[in-house]
Design a protein around this ligand. Structure first.
Ligand SMILES: Cc1cc2nc3c(=O)[nH]c(=O)nc-3n(C[C@H](O)[C@H](O)[C@H](O)COP(=O)(O)OP(=O)(O)OC[C@H]3O[C@@H](n4cnc5c(N)ncnc54)[C@H](O)[C@@H]3O)c2cc1C
Length: 426
């Protein structure tokens, strides 16, 4: 455990979770002159924020999130001038395999028109120019030249260093076990090493936010989805552009290999929470059920047992789960890699050099919560990024910092309010 000296201190803001959202929020709060401490139960950014594909994208983002995606582009560019973390404005090419997918992509493009995007239809000649290594015919394609690729682990090391240099206190290996309430407002956090007082508290705990909220009786309708990823050995002359399709998604890595995954292979288990929040999730699930595989199994009982240990006044096991490190789905990854080799023979000489998985925090409308909590003044949530929080992390952190200091415009914050779910007596 590090930095026990935070115990007994008083901060303007204490944040639970040192992923991209907690760290970016902390950085922008420091820039406004506030004192900030960030706690992580494990190593900084060792869950979703360093396990993702490394895409900064606008294509297929929800309309409510597009401004965060666009505002994040210059922030990433600015940070990339301070350090090399593999930032490459290589563009994203989203490819449709059939008419159904193509009509979905076109409809997104129509909705996004007039919002300042550079995304446009790519004709087959342009697709051939961007992907000369591929020999598959596509039903249609959309290209966003300003979208980018980033090395997530390197970027997160950079962000941690930058936040520390700006004066953010980052305490790792020290879980926030509880938020303390006094006189009806949040007044500090109980960590493994003791109480730390703060004017404002932010829960930015990724998949754990649901449980940290539960210690206060706040209902966050968050579920978990596990996604698997592989990286290849280096490939000479492979594509520069990021590729999105239902057969595979890929990004060229700084080491010359590729990060490869499939967007329609994420897995979720039926748990007590999936039943509890079924009404909220059903509309989105029915629209996108081809993107998700649902399994029934022992997870239901594991979570049910775990749940007994959470809640107001009960102990919680954040200390028992320092890092969520799920087992990757090797069969699906091999199948995905086979699809890639079938479509682009240049990958046939490559091998799978590594695999991993990450667990994603999703919300019913696939939009994050960046919000105060009406029941407890001083408490804020920054969570539920539903698989797109890395690329939009910088602008999301800035928006969250502005919400905390009361300088965010009501319009910018409106889509991300907690009370949109009406689950907390609101
Ligand atoms: C396989 C995969 C691929 C993805 N691809 C992309 C992509 O290409 N582009 C994109 O934009 N997004 C992508 N995402 C999503 C993106 O990674 C996440 O939305 C984003 O990283 C969320 O950041 P976060 O800070 O909210 O959560 P996290 O990074 O999960 O961080 C939460 C932190 O909180 C800590 N914590 C939890 N509970 C406590 C506690 N009680 N006390 C102290 N600390 C605590 C955890 O240890 C963790 O470090 C992907 C995600 C996955 C898993």
């Amino acid at each position: 455990m590090t930095s026990p000296q935070t115990t007994g201190q008083h901060y303007d803001v204490a944040i639970a979770g040192a992923g991209i959202i907690g760290l970016a929020t902390a950085l922008f709060l420091r820039e406004q002159g506030l004192s900030v401490v960030v706690f992580d139960k494990g190593a900084a950014a060792y869950e979703q924020s360093s396990r993702n594909w490394g895409w900064m994208r606008t294509i297929s983002q929800d309309m409510a999130e597009l401004s965060l995606a666009l505002e994040s582009r210059p922030l990433w560019r600015q940070w990339a001038q301070e350090a090399d973390f593999g930032f490459r404005p290589c563009g994203l090419l989203s490819l449709a395999t059939d008419g159904g997918e193509w009509s979905g992509l076109r409809s997104w493009l129509d909705h996004a028109a007039g919002r300042g995007l550079d995304a446009r239809i790519a004709q087959s000649e342009e697709v051939a120019r961007l992907l000369p290594q591929f020999r598959r015919p596509w039903a249609g394609a959309v290209f966003a030249p300003g979208d980018a690729g980033i090395e997530p682990d390197q970027a997160m090391h950079f962000l941690e260093r930058k936040a520390r240099a700006a004066g953010v206190a980052i305490v790792t290996g020290n879980a926030v076990k509880r938020i303390d309430i006094s006189g009806g407002r949040a007044v500090g956090v109980q960590t493994e090493t003791g109480f730390v007082a703060a004017e404002k508290i932010v829960i930015a705990a990724g998949i754990w936010s649901r449980w940290l909220c539960a210690t206060l009786g706040i209902v966050l309708p968050q579920l978990r989805v596990t996604a698997s990823v592989l990286r290849t050995t280096p490939v000479e002359g492979g594509p520069e552009v990021n590729v999105a399709s239902s057969r595979y998604c890929l990004r060229r890595r700084s080491d010359g290999g590729y990060t490869v995954a499939r967007r329609n292979s994420s897995l979720t288990h039926v748990t007590p929470d999936s039943l509890r929040f079924m009404r909220q999730y059903l509309p989105n699930y029915l629209r996108q059920k081809q993107l998700l595989r649902v399994r029934m199994g022992m997870n239901f009982f594991h979570e049910w047992r775990q749940e007994r240990r959470f809640g107001p006044g009960r102990p919680n096991p954040f200390e028992d789960f320092r890092t969520c490190d799920p087992t990757p789905d090797i069969d699906t990854l091999k199948e995905t890699f086979d699809h890639l080799k079938e479509d682009a023979p240049i990958f046939r000489s490559a091998r799978i050099a590594g695999t991993w998985a990450g667990t994603i925090d999703v919300l019913p409308d696939a939009l994050p919560v960046l919000s105060s909590v009406a029941r407890y003044p001083g408490l804020f949530l920054a969570t539920g990024f539903s698989a797109h929080g890395f690329g939009i992390g910088p602008a999301s952190g800035r928006l969250m910092a502005n919400i905390i200091t009361g300088t965010a415009s009501a319009t910018a914050a409106a889509p991300f309010r907690l009370d949109r779910f009406h689950l907390n007596g609101d």
